[in-house]
Structure formats: structure tokens, C-alpha cells
Design a protein around this ligand. Structure first.
Ligand code: NAP
Length: 575
């Protein structure tokens, strides 16, 4: 079996079209593609050409001879998929997908709101058309959305998708207006008057609530906030996170819950080699969390975490870096890949005493966040055992009345993200998304990513999502439907005025500015043996981005923990 897709697969399907023998599945358009946890290589069809590995933006496809022990389980996982879904049609897909051409003559300019994976995929799809230029706006002075502030710092391989983003940025016609809040600094009407189309890809950054008493006590935090905190998101860096308690409880058992459980239990020395926020790392170093209980209200078969993430957890357990306890609540483990990996984890020998522990506890739901006598701080979580019943074809957890109190000072609510109303756009309060038809909100106004489909899928899912939205947008341009009825030259003049205003009034940053900040973060990281050191202070970030001289690298090393090592390395390199 020559090539294997491994854990950090982003499912963007670049590998699928690169394969000359159509051995990667599920492919776009095939049943299951949208929900697939990862893509798989058919061991019997792979011809070992390596085209998929070359195409993969995150180095997730590796030859079987190069699998690390952590990646080894993926050999079987890849093969197992084809035992269930043989995909017998091996007609090669077009290596170069047929390129649609615009019938209407341009030039066209599109504003994309949001510089995360969804927005950048939209820009990429648009820039395949030489008639189109794109300005990508973002509220933050830095692009890449959840890749920068959501992906767990110990998943650096996933963050390699930034290389793909840099290639998108390098295309002619691409521009940034970073540090601009659409809805405040500029409204849709103004964008629509200056661009032929406006695409919102603003994500779903709010948290869903538990709706149990006590969830607003100090010490009860949303995973969205905690994840932003350890990733240095400017809005969340000041979050007060008390890690002085031995046990933390995470409610919900999706991939975010596993990210949080790992980050809270990982050796800070390991995290120190990542791009984790330096401020959060200082708190994690002094923290005393020894156990994280991850609660799933349903059973192991219904867990929301994906198999690749579970395999990653097993890798940590096998390496003796983490004890992982599987508490099924009495539910027998079945034969799905997820349950098989859980059974393998449960069978691992117990590690040395004192090893941090993650407990995957099922059939347990939160009832109340318990507080101290003053009613201020979390002291525990009251949970209730559930049992499973099928309602309208869905396995659902129902209460049993059996409750128990778990002592803890930190409750993390990891029950999914949620979109919030977007200024100037309609909003569906039930789904937390903007109502649309195949991405079109109305002529000239479109959505992509989580604000369109809700908070599901992986980084690569945004590629097919963006393709759908852009297809509809191009259809509209082809028949002369634009955001506003302004003719080309007038719109161009408005764009120029708008860009000038946003630079002057909002300090909008362009691609060159981002590249300066990016280079500085990477340089600071190199000094300390880290991929990057994020500049957390927005003022400092803006100063660096604008090219103002900030602290010299040498000064930075001197003032930063690890400076002695860093200075030593620099001296050695010079020598
Ligand atoms: P998620 O996958 O939707 O999981 C939400 C979890 O919360 C589920 O276990 C759900 O249980 C539970 N839940 C919801 N309401 C609850 C309640 N009232 N009480 C108790 N439990 C409740 O959300 P997520 O973990 O935030 O992830 C969001 C998306 O990002 C997912 O598509 C995920 O795969 C993706 N992601 C991927 C990666 C990766 O690939 N490495 C990393 C992070 C995130 P029920 O199933 O019973 O509703």
C-alpha cells in the first residue's frame, strides 16, 4: 500500500484530481464527501506515483514507508474504508478540471468579507478568472481565521495550509484590507456600490449555550473563548483562565473538546515548541490540571469527535504521555472504526502514576454548574446519567434521574459554534446562519463557509463550498446581475475612494503589511525554536505591519524566557 492519508488531512480534495488512477475517495460529488472525516487511498489501486502527496496542501499524504508510529494506524483505516465503500469505478478524473470561462466581459471586482479558510477559498475560485480581482476584508489585522486562532497549537501540520493561503495571496488581482470591520467601518451598501459582488465568509464565532443554571459563573467558559485564548486571538487573550484545580470538565465531545482536553493536559514544554500564545503558555505552565473529563450526552457510537482525532489521542496514550480512560456508561462498544479505536484505547496498559488523564465519559449530561457560597465561582458540575432512545430515526439521550456531582473549578462548554446576526444581512435564528440559495443571499450578495452552512466540516470542506457560491456568483455576472447598477468606471472610482478612506480612517492593512508581520512573527519564532511567536498586542502588530521599527530581535530575545538558549543559538549560527 504505497500512499496513506493521515490524520492532518484537510479534505480539500486537491489530491483527488491529482490522482491518475482515481484511487482517493470519497471524491467531490460522491455520496459522503461533505461529511467525510478524511479522504482515503485505496491500497489496491494506488500506483505509488506520489501525485497526491505533491498536491496535498498539508503534507497529509505520505508513503507507507514513511509513516511515523503515530500515523501507522491510518494504514488500516485507509484500507478499511474501501472494504465498506469499494468505489469500483476507476475512471481517472480530469487531472485539470474543466475551467469555466465568463461569458460577460469584465473586469469585475469582488469584495470578500472574512480572510479565513472560507474567504480565501472563495478568492481562489474567483481568481481563476483573469477578469476578476478580489479585495479580502477582515476585522482583524491578521488573516487565516480559525487556522490561526482555532486549530490547536499542537496540530502544526494542519496549519501548513497557510502555505496554500500564501499561494492564493500571491495571485494577480488579490488584495487585502485587514483591520476593517464590515458593518461598522463600511456597510454593505457602500461595498455594493463599489464592487460587482460581495461575498460574506465571516464564520460562526459565537458559542452555543448549555441552558443550565450556573453556566455564567466565573470558571465556566465557552470553548470558543478558551481556544481563542490559547491561540492568542486579540479578543480573547485577556480571558481569565483559572487552572489551579486538578480537574477540568469539558461538556460536549466534538473535535474542539478533544483539542481543549489535549492542550490542558499536554506538557507545557511540548506546547512551547508551537505557536501557542505566549501569555496563555505562561498560565498553562503554572496550572495544576491533572485530569480532564470530556462528557458526551450520548453513547460512544454517537460521539462527535472524528476517528483521526481519536487516533491522535491514542498515540499520546501509547507514548505514555497521557492516560485516556474510556467510560462508556455501560454501553457496549460496537464495531464502527470509532468504537474500535475506543476499545483499543481502553485496552492500553495504565501509564506511570502522575501521568495526566483524559476521561472520555459517555451517557452523561450536565444538569447544573455548581457555585461557591457567594454564588460567584464554579466549584463543580452536577451531571446526570442518560440512556439512549431512538426518536424519529435519531439516537437521542434521555434523562434517568441518576445524578452525581463532579468537583471542578473549570467547566468548558464545548457544544459547538454558532453564527450571529450579520449587519445588513438576513438571519435565521434557528440555524444561526444567513438564509441563502446555493450561496446567493440576493443578486450581488453571497455567503460561504460557516455563515452559510453552519459550523460543520473541515478546513478543506470550504473548497467545495466556495465552488458552489462562486458558480452562482459567476452565473449572475454572466447575465449582467451585479451588486449595484453602477457602471464600471464609476464603481472603480468608488473603490479607489473606499480603499483610501479605509486606510486613512481604519488603518486598513494590505498584503505587504501582513507579510511584514508574518515574517516578524516567524523570525521571533526561529529565535526560540518555535514556528512563530504571535504578536498579541494589536498596537504592536499594527506598528510592525506598517513597517515601523519595533524591538529588535536581539532585544526581544533578551527580554523573553528562553533568551539564553536563543542567544546561544544565534551566536552558534553566526560563528
Ligand atoms: P461538534 O462537532 O458539533 O460537537 C458538539 C458536541 O456538543 C457534540 O458532542 C454534541 O452532542 C454536544 N452538545 C451539543 N449540545 C449539547 C448540550 N446541550 N449538552 C451536552 N452536549 C451537547 O462541535 P465542535 O467540536 O465545536 O466542532 C465544530 C466543527 O469543527 C466540527 O465540524 C469539527 O469536526 C470541526 N473541527 C475539526 C477539527 C479537526 O479536524 N481536527 C478540530 C476542531 C474542530 P450531540 O451529538 O449529542 O448533539
Amino acid at each position: 500500500m504505497p500512499y496513506v492519508v493521515t490524520q492532518s488531512c484537510c479534505a480539500d480534495a486537491s489530491c483527488v484530481v491529482a490522482c491518475p488512477v482515481n484511487c482517493l475517495h470519497p471524491a467531490p460529488g460522491e455520496p459522503g464527501f461533505a461529511e467525510a472525516e478524511m479522504l482515503y487511498v485505496d491500497p489496491d489501486s494506488c500506483v505509488d506515483c506520489g501525485a497526491c502527496a505533491t498536491a496535498c496542501p498539508v503534507d497529509a499524504v505520505v508513503p507507507h514507508t514513511a509513516l511515523t508510529p503515530d500515523q501507522e494506524p491510518f494504514r488500516q483505516l485507509n484500507a478499511d474504508y474501501f472494504a465498506v465503500f469499494p468505489h469500483r469505478d476507476r475512471t481517472p478524473l480530469a487531472v485539470v478540471p474543466r475551467q469555466r470561462r465568463l461569458r460577460a466581459s469584465g473586469p469585475f471586482a469582488v469584495a470578500v468579507v472574512g480572510a479565513g479558510p472560507a474567504g480565501l477559498q472563495v478568492a481562489d475560485e474567483l481568481l481563476r478568472h483573469p477578469e476578476v480581482t478580489v479585495d479580502v476584508l477582515d476585522r482583524l489585522p491578521t488573516p487565516y481565521g480559525l487556522v490561526r486562532s482555532g486549530v490547536a497549537p499542537d496540530h502544526q501540520a494542519t496549519k501548513q495550509v497557510e502555505r496554500l493561503f500564501a499561494m492564493i495571496e500571491d495571485q494577480p488581482g488579490f488584495g487585502y484590507l485587514l483591520g476593517v470591520e464590515v458593518g461598522r467601518d463600511v456597510r454593505l451598501a457602500e461595498l455594493a456600490g463599489a464592487y460587482d459582488a460581495v461575498v460574506y465568509a465571516v464564520g460562526a464565532s459565537a458559542d452555543r449555550r448549555l441552558d443550565v443554571p450556573g453556566e455564567d459563573l466565573a470558571g465556566s467558559v465557552a470553548a470558543t473563548d478558551l481556544v481563542g485564548w490559547y491561540n492568542g486571538h486579540p479578543d480573547r487573550r485577556a480571558l481569565a483562565v483559572d487552572l489551579s484545580h486538578e480537574r477540568a470538565v469539558v461538556v460536549g465531545n466534538g473535535n474542539v473538546a478533544l483539542d481543549v482536553a489535549r492542550v490542558l493536559t499536554l506538557d507545557p514544554a511540548v506546547l512551547a515548541g508551537t505557536d501557542v500564545s505566549t501569555e496563555a503558555l505562561a498560565v498553562l505552565r503554572t496550572g495544576g490540571v491533572r485530569e480532564v473529563v470530556v462528557l458526551g450526552r450520548r453513547g460512544p457510537a454517537q460521539a462527535a469527535f472524528t476517528v483521526p482525532e481519536l487516533v491522535g489521542l491514542r498515540g499520546l496514550a501509547e507514548a505514555g504521555r497521557l492516560e485516556v480512560v474510556v467510560d462508556t456508561g455501560g454501553e457496549a462498544l460496537g464495531t464502527t472504526p470509532r468504537e474500535r479505536v475506543l476499545a483499543e484505547i481502553a485496552a492500553l496498559p495504565r501509564p506511570a502514576a502522575g501521568t495526566p488523564r483524559v476521561v472520555l465519559r459517555f451517557l452523561t449530561r450536565p444538569v447544573e454548574v455548581l457555585g461557591d457560597a457567594a454564588g460567584e465561582r464554579v466549584t463543580g458540575l452536577r451531571v446526570e446519567r442518560t440512556r439512549l432512545v431512538e426518536v424519529d430515526g435519531r439516537v437521542t439521550a434521555v434523562a434517568t434521574g441518576l445524578t452525581e456531582d463532579l468537583a471542578t473549578g473549570l467547566v468548558v462548554r464545548s457544544v459547538g459554534y454558532r453564527g450571529h446576526p450579520v449587519t445588513d444581512l438576513p438571519y435565521d435564528d434557528v440555524t444561526g446562519t444567513v438564509p441563502h440559495e446555493r450561496g446567493r443571499v440576493r443578486t450581488g450578495v453571497y455567503v460561504a463557509g460557516w455563515v452559510k452552512r453552519g459550523p460543520t466540516g473541515f478546513i478543506g470542506t470550504n473548497k467545495t463550498d466556495a465552488q458552489e457560491t462562486v458558480e452562482v456568483l459567476l452565473d449572475d455576472l454572466d447575465v449582467g446581475h451585479r451588486a449595484d447598477a453602477v457602471d464600471g468606471p464609476a464603481a472603480r472610482a468608488r473603490r479607489t475612494d473606499l480603499r483610501r478612506r479605509l486606510r486613512r480612517e481604519s488603518g486598513a492593512l494590505d498584503l505587504a503589511a501582513w507579510r511584514r508581520l508574518d515574517a516578524e512573527e516567524r523570525r521571533r519564532g526561529e529565535v526560540l525554536g518555535r514556528p512563530r511567536v504571535k504578536v498579541l498586542d494589536p498596537g504592536e502588530a499594527a506598528a510592525i505591519a506598517r513597517g515601523g521599527r519595533d524591538r529588535s530581535l536581539r532585544d526581544y530575545a533578551v527580554r523573553t524566557p528562553g533568551a539564553v538558549v536563543a542567544r546561544g543559538r544565534r551566536a552558534a549560527r553566526r560563528g
